[in-house]
Design a binder for this molecule. Structure first.
Ligand code: GTP
Length: 598
């Protein structure tokens, strides 16, 4: 098919505004998926995505559409996640497109990630097609939202499609808008091959499967290709598209989006963002890749069963192939043994990776509390990046410490502005600005330490605004603050995995809260266990876990052996997620105790 009849687009939106539901309807209306095979959120293929109702990984499908002008079109639709942590995935999918359908909820209006996604689309020079969804809701205000789109984003929205993705209303309008407004690809079929790798996964039988957008030239089975960043060369064994089932083809043409395999066994050869070219007739330059994303939060991941250390490395490598923003390196902890320090884009990302490792690779994990990256200036004039509090240099050698700050923009109905300001103040925020979005909603701008956001900012924000506020942030730089490492001692011994970096003005209450929390979380044992918080060797808080008196089996005296067994079985289950730290058994929750305290 000639390129004039190809349209490559993504759907972008704030979380829950209905991207995946719209994608489902589009699959139905184009008869890409037969009715009986249709299940909800078809593109969310990961179990985790279905359960949580969120999109994590992007997905690309090819659709056929006959437009009202009677012509046949091929669409490549790339679904994207909406959560702030997965911006990286969004920018990847956008780089493979010419246009983006922007879904805005008719009852909620523009939210923080609506804007963040619009900026990403503009960065990629995409044509944006606004669509107002959920017009079936009684609270829908399509006219107000249309005005918002014009005023806040500056997009022409007068005749933007008004749809209900849930009820399948006016979906065709969206497709017609795509045909009319999204530009067709304009690569040169005869130019040397340039294909952007925008995703990849590892298949046990076929090796690495790379997802590509062919920008110039074409790729045929049997071609010799070269990955421009790594220089690795392979012969193409299979190419194809997804609809959403895999369909093999002889070639991927200029302008198309599809996948290829070349019996690539080395995960490292394929980098997302790299350009594939022809080995025989290479292109001069690679395509513009993506902005490298630096992890914002780090935590240690340790296998509960230390024999699984290598399996964990394997799992992380495979996940990384498919999630370039995940970083890891080996580390050891006195308390937890051998594991990895992993870097993530945010807390949800961290949570998802952990859960994928446990589910898809069956490795039980202990995760330490997340930490941001601090800049520690030592008295000898050097600066170290510290992402693990236990690696902090000795206090005598520290000149000063800087922490990362973000500019947070919080969109909220007017009535919650007071509560939000109070929360930001408590989180050591600096007030910056307040902008009216419309008569009822505001955008409140604060500069906040990222470390505080990593704590429990999200949860607190949700609860103080009944879930009505939305939130987005970007890193703006580092600022010096009064920071210190706080150690936690169990039974007199420092547990490195529990160390945290805290602001000195907040150290006493935080130390006390952690001790109390640990006291609740760590089960009683045969002996009394003191829990202490210390800064620079000085104890600032303490709580004691009383020793255990009762034997769990005592209740089962004289009894039936099966009951005893059951009880022991239950105890064993509870133990699964414990790690012996010195002489004390510590459950997983304890390592996260520093996170949620009040
Ligand atoms: P993420 O994938 O997590 O980013 O969310 P999403 O934007 O894909 O939203 P999704 O399609 O999962 O929809 C979120 C919720 O809104 C679901 O409960 C949908 O059933 C509901 N929803 C989607 N479209 C409509 C609509 O047109 N009307 C109504 N009433 N509800 C809708």
């Amino acid at each position: 098919m000639d390129q004039k009849h190809i349209r490559n687009f993504s759907i972008i939106a704030h979380i829950d505004h209905g991207k995946s539901t719209l994608a489902d309807r589009i699959l139905e209306i184009t008869e890409t998926v037969e009715q009986r095979e249709m299940k909800e959120q078809l593109l969310d293929s990961m179990d985790l995505e279905r359960e949580r109702g969120i999109t994590i990984k992007l997905n690309a499908v090819q659709l056929k559409y006959t437009a009202l002008n009677g012509e046949n079109y091929i669409f490549h639709l790339i679904d994207t996640p909406g959560h702030v942590d997965f911006t990286y995935e969004v920018s990847r999918s956008l780089a493979a497109c010419e246009g983006a359908v922007l879904v805005v909820d008719a009852a909620q209006g523009i939210e923080a990630q609506t804007l963040a996604n619009v900026y990403l689309a503009l960065d990629n020079e995409l044509e944006i097609v606004p669509v107002i969804n959920k017009i079936d809701l009684p609270s829908a205000q399509p006219d107000v939202v249309r005005q918002e789109i014009e005023d806040v984003i500056g997009l022409e929205a007068e005749d933007c499609p008004l749809i209900s993705a849930k009820n399948g209303l006016n979906i065709r309008d969206v497709l017609e808008a795509v045909v009319e407004r999204v530009p067709a690809p304009n690569g040169d079929i005869n130019a040397p091959l340039q294909a952007l790798v925008f995703d990849s996964l590892y298949d046990a039988y076929r090796g690495v499967v790379a997802f590509v957008r062919v920008k110039e030239g074409n790729i045929r089975v049997g071609d010799k290709i070269r990955f421009m960043a790594t220089g690795a060369e392979y012969e193409v064994l299979e190419v194809g598209i997804r609809n959403p089932k895999e369909v093999k083809k002889d070639m991927l043409e200029c302008g198309e989006v599809g996948w290829l395999c070349a019996s690539i066994k080395s995960i490292r050869d394929v980098r997302v963002g790299d350009t594939i070219t022809s080995a025989a007739r290479p292109a001069q330059n690679p395509l513009v890749g993506y902005r490298e994303m630096n992890p914002m939060v780090y935590c240690g991941l340790y296998p509960i069963d230390s024999a699984k250390y290598n399996d964990l490395r394997d799992a992380l490598e495979k996940l990384q192939l498919n999630d370039a923003s995940l970083q890891f390196e080996a580390e050891t902890s006195q308390a937890l043994g051998f594991g990895f320090r992993c870097g993530f884009l945010g807390l949800l990302h961290m949570d998802v990776v952990q859960e994928r490792i446990e589910r898809e690779y069956h490795i039980d994990l202990i995760a330490t509390a997340p930490s941001v990256v601090y800049h520690v200036y030592t008295t000898d004039g050097n600066m170290q990046h510290i992402e693990n509090p236990s690696m902090m240099p000795e206090v005598q050698k520290i000149d000063h410490i800087e922490e990362p700050f973000v500019r947070a923009s919080i969109m909220t109905p007017n009535e919650y502005v007071g509560a939000i300001m109070e929360l930001c103040q408590r989180k050591r925020g600096n007030y910056k600005d307040m902008i009216y979005i419309d008569a009822n909603r505001m955008n409140v701008v604060y500069e906040l330490p990222l470390g505080e956001i990593v704590f429990d900012f999200f949860d607190k924000l949700k609860s103080c605004t009944k879930g009505y506020a939305s939130f987005d942030y970007e890193l703006i730089g580092y600022q010096t603050n009064k920071l210190s490492k706080m150690d936690i001692l169990l039974n007199g011994e420092i547990v490195d995995a529990l160390s945290a970096i805290v602001h000195r003005d907040f150290a006493y209450p935080r130390g006390r809260a952690i001790c109390e929390k640990l006291k609740k979380l760590i089960p009683k044992q045969q002996f009394e266990i003191p829990i202490q918080a210390a800064i620079n060797g000085k104890i600032i808080a303490r709580a004691d876990i009383k020793s255990l008196r009762k034997n769990v089996l005592a209740k089962c005296y004289g009894g039936d052996i099966s009951r005893k067994k059951k009880l022991l079985e239950k105890q064993k289950e509870g133990k699964k997620r414990m790690k012996a730290v010195g002489s004390v058994e510590v459950p997983q929750e304890a390592f996260m105790a520093v996170l949620s305290m009040d």
